[in-house]
Design a protein around this ligand. Structure first.
Ligand code: G1P
Ligand code: ZN
Length: 543
């Protein structure tokens, strides 16, 4: 095997603190760009002899070409074997599942998550460690540092691998095994959920509409929901993955999954609506004419967890990101299990899951998951809801109403102000920070400020400290306002305003979140000067 060393100019511009690279396709097409990042990963992780790598992506434009490049580089960098999903496909949670099941030396996942794809869209790559989760900051920082100084990468000359042919092929001295991207994942789901009960539910006429948004979950949802669970053909819509996601924005929220939202809010809507994102780790849950906030979804799953066989003996604990509502905390309290509040980003859950401290995790940004893998998992959440619905035999809305009656309702909304000039976004954050000293004890109508702070987190397992994770204003009754700058926005700055009002009185729990949050919205503007500073009357996206 002839290893070639190719001279390269270091120019990696990974954002520090992010788990990988996410850039325009055109950037990834500049010579040696992808190679530079991949070599930096391989140098950093120090590939042991005989190691296997997991490899796959969400099928977006450039996926297949990138896989060919990575396979040749993996051979040149000493991997003995690569497991690659057929067609180059592996959803992010399925990749995590494969890494764990076959104990591979981590994996490379090709995706820009929910960002649009196609030649004008985005591409991305990240390394997941052998526990199946995104590399922790220690490793991503080392990859970043390495990519800034490396002057060459290693590859071999080898013919293209046929990614559509299952089974083993050779790339130099390395074995490439093309695997079924769905089978291992489907098998894992079968161990967690009561497939027989869900089959009975569908056999009784229960209807689901799962919108795969022309992204990676199409084949997964068709195999599991239609074939294995017996939902009628057509239950999965937009189920064929396309390189450009059909020109759409594969993000399952009320704005981008509008086709599904229209179906669910129309006459004759199915019982359950669900959608997943580009790489399959996000989820949205809808009932008939009813939206379940991701924060509530986490709480409902936690409260009903023992209905699913994989969680029948109970959960060890729950973790939620700081801006996620405290609905899950109330469930944890009742169950007598710990609830952890972490900074935004799935990577903060990894240590807690590895240490066995938590079973369920969630973020308000449509991310829900458990320790079955080390990524959030869109289809898993949908199957959990199906399992709960199969056992409780109530509508989605009734389940939520029952839940609120027991635990109270954490009325919740997120307002995104996208593509703001950076100075303006920073100015708003500075004004809020500046107001902190005078806020505690101050009353705004019925709300009185208890504490405010800039959220920081010390990881209870490895002691690492993360600061500057969002400005919190907490009121006496537990209601909250949080201001946070997005770490993933690509244009200017995105300011996220998170609003949460606790409502314990069942007679006042029903109703539109924006109306129920009107006072808090006004208080947030009064404290931050957001409207005046941004010159905008309303947020770009309201969830
Ligand atoms: C957003 C979400 C966050 C999620 C991340 C990656 O990050 O808010 O919860 O972990 O995408 O999917 P943000 O843009 O807010 O930094
Ligand atoms: Zn995603």
């Amino acid at each position: 095997m002839n290893v070639r060393t190719v001279t390269t100019t270091p120019f990696n511009d990974q954002k520090p603190g992010t788990s990988g690279l996410r850039k325009k396709v055109a950037v990834f097409q500049t010579p040696n760009y992808l190679e530079n990042f991949v070599q930096a990963v391989f140098d950093t992780i120090e590939v042991p002899a005989g190691a296997t790598l997991t490899l796959g992506g969400d099928g977006r434009y450039l996926n297949r070409e990138a896989i060919q490049v990575i396979l040749r580089m993996a051979a040149a960098n000493g991997f003995a074997k690569v497991l690659v999903g057929q067609g180059g496909i592996l959803s992010t949670p399925a990749a995590s599942c494969v890494i764990r099941k076959y104990r591979t030396f981590g994996g490379l996942i090709l995706s820009a998550s929910h960002n649009p794809g196609g030649p004008e869209g985005d591409f991305g790559i990240k390394y997941n460690t052998p526990n199946g989760g995104p590399a922790p900051e220690k490793i991503t920082d080392a990859i970043f540092a390495r990519s800034k100084v490396l002057s060459s990468y290693r590859t071999i000359d080898a013919p293209q691998v046929d990614l559509d042919r299952p089974g083993k092929q050779a790339v130099g001295a390395m074995v490439v095994e093309v695997i079924d991207p769905v089978a291992d994942y489907a098998e894992l789901m079968d161990t967690l959920f009561d497939f027989a009960a869900i089959r009975t539910l569908f056999a009784g006429g229960f209807a689901i509409c799962f919108d795969a948004m022309h992204a990676v979950t199409g084949p997964y949802a068709k195999e599991i929901i239609e074939r294995r669970l017996g939902a009628p053909a057509g239950s999965v819509i937009n189920g064929v993955p396309l390189e450009d996601f059909g020109g759409g924005h594969p993000d399952p929220n009320l704005t981008y999954a509008h086709e599904l939202v229209e179906i669910m809010f129309d006459i004759g809507a199915p019982d359950l609506g669900a959608a997943s994102d580009g790489d399959g780790d996000r989820n949205m849950i809808l009932g008939r004419g009813f939206f379940v906030t991701p924060s509530d979804s986490l709480a409902v799953i936690a409260a009903n967890a023992t209905l699913a066989p994989g969680y029948a003996s109970g959960i060890a604990g729950i973790a939620r990101s700081m801006p996620t509502s405290a609905a899950a905390d109330r469930v944890a309290k009742r169950l007598g299990v710990p609830c952890f509040e972490t900074p935004t980003g799935w990577k903060f859950f990894g240590n807690l899951m590895d240490a066995g401290q938590v079973t369920l995790c969630g973020e308000e940004s449509f991310g829900t998951g458990s320790s079955h893998v080390r990524e959030k998992d869109g289809l898993w959440a949908v199957l959990f809801w199906l399992n709960i619905l199969a056992k409780r035999r109530q509508s989605v809305e009734q389940i939520l109403e029952d839940h609120w009656a027991v635990f109270g309702r954490n009325v919740y909304s997120r307002h995104d102000h996208e593509a703001l000039p950076t100075e303006i976004a920073n100015g708003i954050m500075d004004q809020v920070r500046g107001a902190f000293a005078a806020l505690p004890g101050k009353a705004f109508g019925n709300y009185s400020v208890k504490v405010c702070d800039d959220f920081s987190y010390t990881d209870p397992i490895d002691g690492s400290l993360s600061t500057g994770q969002g400005l919190r204003i907490i009121f006496d009754d537990g209601s909250r306002i949080v201001f946070r700058l997005s770490g993933t926005g690509t244009e200017g700055a995105t300011l996220r305003l998170y609003l949460e009002a606790f409502e314990g009185d069942p007679s006042r729990q029903r109703g539109d979140a924006q109306l129920l949050l009107a006072d808090l919205i006004a208080i947030a503007d009064e404290i931050s000067g957001l409207k005046a500073r941004s010159g905008r009357e309303r947020p770009t996206v309201i969830t």
